[in-house]
Design a protein around this ligand. Structure first.
Ligand SMILES: CC(C)(COP(=O)(O)OP(=O)(O)OC[C@H]1O[C@@H](n2cnc3c(N)ncnc32)[C@H](O)[C@@H]1OP(=O)(O)O)[C@@H](O)C(=O)NCCC(=O)NCCS
Length: 234
């Protein structure tokens, strides 16, 4: 993948298309410091294409001059907020193949979101989240659930428990490059998940309730095609 540097040009968020799948695979490598030779749990282009086949409305990319600088992947699953699932990410997502996707389920599950490091903290991830929330609203889903890796916890893990860290992120004492941003955009933290991304790597179940959910109407229907534009913050 060519090196990506921040440019203050317009970013467009559109539904993912098969032709972006190879770039999506490489974007995950740029974000997670992995490679095609050593993918370490990141998705293959083939898996992204599968996501587009089973739930096209839930997949988005952020494009800057035709280059993929951000992405989200989603599926629909049954979920009970009173009994959140406490399990590793790879289990929930069937190792990237989204076998639990249920086109009649009333919750959206946030499979993955990532933004190229040169574009993080400039508003791109927030717009991707907005795109997903609007899909959940268009489909009259109850809300959205995800597991959030607490990626900056290892920096303080020798002196702070995961429970204290989570409390600190909620209260704003700690800034977590993943969880803090999800909470700012409207998710609420629900429960800690041990071994979420491997042994000793904690995650947190996060939930967003759709304020427009109408229990008198069924979930489903068509989602209007929408394109989002933003100028990334400096
Ligand atoms: C998590 C991630 C996708 C968020 O994308 P992003 O483009 O960096 O997010 P945004 O810049 O839109 O930030 C979202 C909100 O967090 C807050 N925020 C962002 N950067 C911040 C900072 N440096 N300090 C304080 N708050 C910040 C803002 O409130 C922002 O919302 P706003 O733009 O409406 O004000 C991205 O940081 C990423 O790829 N992280 C690494 C991969 C990862 O952990 N993915 C999730 C896997 S579970």
């Amino acid at each position: 993948m060519s090196t990506i540097e921040y440019s203050p040009r317009l970013i467009t968020i559109v539904r993912s298309l098969p032709r972006y799948a190879e770039q999506m695979q490489d974007l995950m490598h740029a974000v997670y410091n992995t490679t095609r030779e050593n993918p370490d749990g990141t998705f293959l282009a083939e898996q992204f294409r599968r996501h587009m086949e089973i739930f096209q409305e839930g997949q988005f990319v952020a494009l800057e001059a035709g280059r993929v600088v951000g992405l989200t992947a989603s599926m629909r699953i049954p979920f009970d907020p009173e009994n959140p699932f406490i399990e590793p990410w790879f289990t929930t997502i069937s190792d990237g193949w989204l076998k639990r996707h249920d086109p009649s389920a009333e919750w959206m599950y946030g499979v993955e979101s990532c933004v190229h490091p040169a574009y993080q903290s400039r508003g791109v991830g927030g717009k991707l989240m907005q795109a997903r929330f609007e899909v959940a609203q268009a489909l009259n889903l109850r809300g959205m659930v995800a597991g959030s890796d607490i990626m900056d916890y290892p920096k303080v893990a020798d002196r702070v428990s995961p429970e204290e860290y989570l409390r600190g992120v909620i209260e704003g004492t700690y800034f977590d490059n993943n969880l803090s941003k999800q909470l700012r955009k409207g998710f609420k933290a629900s429960a800690l998940i041990p071994d979420y991304l491997g042994e000793g790597a904690w995650g947190v179940v996060i939930v967003w309730h759709n304020p427009a959910y109408d229990p008198t109407h069924p979930s489903g229907g068509t989602v209007p095609l929408r394109r989002y534009r933003l100028l990334p913050r400096k």
